[in-house]
Design a protein around this ligand. Structure first.
Ligand SMILES: [Zn+2]
Length: 367
C-alpha cells in the first residue's frame, strides 16, 4: 500500500514527529489532494501552545491548497459549478459538514452546524489519517466546498484564501463598510492586512491600522492603510485621541478587532462615532474577559458583533477579491517564508514569535 508523510502534533509544546500513514483510494464524495502549500495560521499556534483543545496525535494546518490526484464518485463540480478533474489545483472550505442541520437549512449559517468538523482538527491514527495541511497529502471529505484556483494566482496568494482571507470577507461584510467610511483595524497580521485592503475595496475613504510590530506597521501601507499607529509606544488614551482626530468629524464609522487581545475592546469602542459598528474576530480563545461600560453601547448606538469563520460564498468572494486586486496589493508577499515538512518546528517558532508574517510549508520541497 502507498504511504505518505505527515508532521504529527503529538502533544502541545513538543516537537513535531514525521510519520508515515497509508494512502487509500478516495471514496465516494471524497478527493485526494497532493498538498502543494499550507500556511501556519495563528490558530495553529494557539493549538500547538495548548491554549485551545485539539486532538493529539493529529495533523495541524487548515490553510491548504493542493492538486487533485484522485476524485471519488459523486463530486464533479466546484462551488461555482465549474467541472473538477484530476490535476486541478484547488482550495477548499476549512470546515466540512455532511448532513442536515438547523443552522444550515434554516439560518444559512453552515459554518456553525452542530457537529461541523475542521481540517487540522482530527486524530492522525484514524482513517483517512490525512486531514490536515502539514502533510504530503490531504483527503477532502464530503460536505466540503471545493473551489478551483485560476492559474494566474501564485501558491502564496492562494493558500491563505480558505481561512484568513475568507474570514476577512465575512468580517468586513459584517462591519457594513460603506463608501466614504473611516475604518480602524486593531492588529495587522494577515487578517488585518487583508482587512485594510478589503476596507479600501469596499469604498472606505480612510483606513487606520494599529499594531506594535514595526515591520507590520510598515507593510500595512502597501495594503491600503492610509495611516498606522504604533500602539506599543503610546498610552491607550493618546491612541484613541489620535484616531478620533483623524476620523473627522466624530470618530470611526467601523472598528475591526483582529489582534486577539480583549483589552483593546474598551479602546475600540471609544474610537467609534455615535452609530458606529464594532466587529470582533480575533478573540478565538476562551476566557477573553474584559470590562466595558455597556451604557456607551446604548447611548451611542453602537453595534457590537462577533464573527467566526465564514459562509462558502465568502470563499468565492475571497478568491475573486484577490484575483481582481492582486495588482493593487502585493498579497503574495504576506507569505514571506517557506519551509520543508521536516522543518515544521522552525516554522512554528518563527510564526509564534511574529518574525514572519505567514510561514508556508511546502511538503514536497525536498523532492
Ligand atoms: Zn486559520
Amino acid at each position: 500500500m502507498r504511504t505518505a508523510k505527515a508532521a504529527v502534533y503529538e502533544a502541545p509544546n513538543t516537537p513535531f514527529v514525521l510519520k508515515e500513514f497509508p494512502l487509500r483510494p478516495a471514496k465516494r464524495g471524497e478527493a485526494l489532494v497532493r498538498v502543494t502549500m499550507s500556511t501556519i495560521c495563528r490558530s495553529d499556534i494557539h493549538s500547538y501552545e495548548g491554549r485551545r483543545p485539539n486532538p493529539c496525535p493529529g495533523i495541524l494546518g487548515h490553510e491548504i491548497i493542493g492538486i487533485i490526484e484522485e476524485i471519488g464518485e459523486g463530486i464533479d463540480k466546484d462551488l461555482r459549478g465549474d467541472p473538477l478533474k484530476i490535476g486541478d489545483r484547488v482550495t477548499w472550505s476549512e470546515y466540512f459538514f455532511d448532513g442536515q442541520c438547523y443552522y444550515r437549512e434554516v439560518l444559512d449559517m453552515p459554518q456553525k452546524c452542530h457537529g461541523v468538523r475542521k481540517y487540522g482538527h482530527d486524530l492522525a491514527e484514524e482513517d483517512p489519517h490525512f486531514l490536515g495541511g502539514f502533510a504530503e497529502y490531504c483527503y477532502i471529505l464530503p460536505g466540503t466546498g471545493i473551489l478551483k484556483l485560476p492559474p494566474e494566482l501564485s501558491d502564496e496568494e492562494a493558500t491563505p484564501l480558505n481561512c484568513g482571507v475568507a474570514t476577512m470577507v465575512s468580517v468586513t461584510e459584517a462591519a457594513e463598510i460603506q463608501m466614504g467610511d473611516a475604518v480602524v483595524i486593531q492588529g495587522l497580521g494577515l487578517l488585518g492586512l487583508y482587512g485594510a485592503a478589503m476596507a479600501k475595496a469596499r469604498g472606505a475613504r480612510y483606513v487606520i491600522g494599529l499594531d506594535s510590530v514595526a515591520a507590520r506597521l510598515a507593510v500595512a501601507k502597501n495594503f491600503g492603510a492610509d495611516h498606522v499607529i504604533d500602539v506599543g509606544t503610546m498610552p491607550a488614551q493618546s491612541v484613541i485621541d489620535e484616531v478620533r482626530k483623524l476620523c473627522r468629524p466624530d470618530g470611526a464609522d467601523a472598528v475591526i478587532e483582529v489582534c486577539g487581545v480583549p483589552e483593546v475592546i474598551p479602546q475600540g469602542l471609544q474610537m467609534l462615532r455615535t452609530g458606529g459598528r464594532y466587529v470582533l474576530a480575533g478573540l478565538v480563545n476562551p476566557n477573553a474577559d474584559v470590562t466595558i461600560d455597556a451604557n456607551m453601547l446604548v447611548k451611542r448606538w453602537i453595534t457590537l458583533r462577533g464573527i467566526h469563520n465564514y459562509h462558502p460564498r465568502h470563499l468565492i468572494q475571497a478568491l475573486d477579491f484577490v484575483r481582481s486586486s492582486r495588482e493593487r496589493f502585493p498579497f503574495g508577499e504576506i507569505v514571506d517564508s517557506k519551509f520543508a515538512l521536516k522543518d515544521l518546528d522552525a516554522a512554528f517558532k518563527k510564526a509564534s514569535e511574529r518574525s514572519v508574517l505567514r510561514a508556508a510549508i511546502v511538503p514536497h520541497l525536498t523532492e
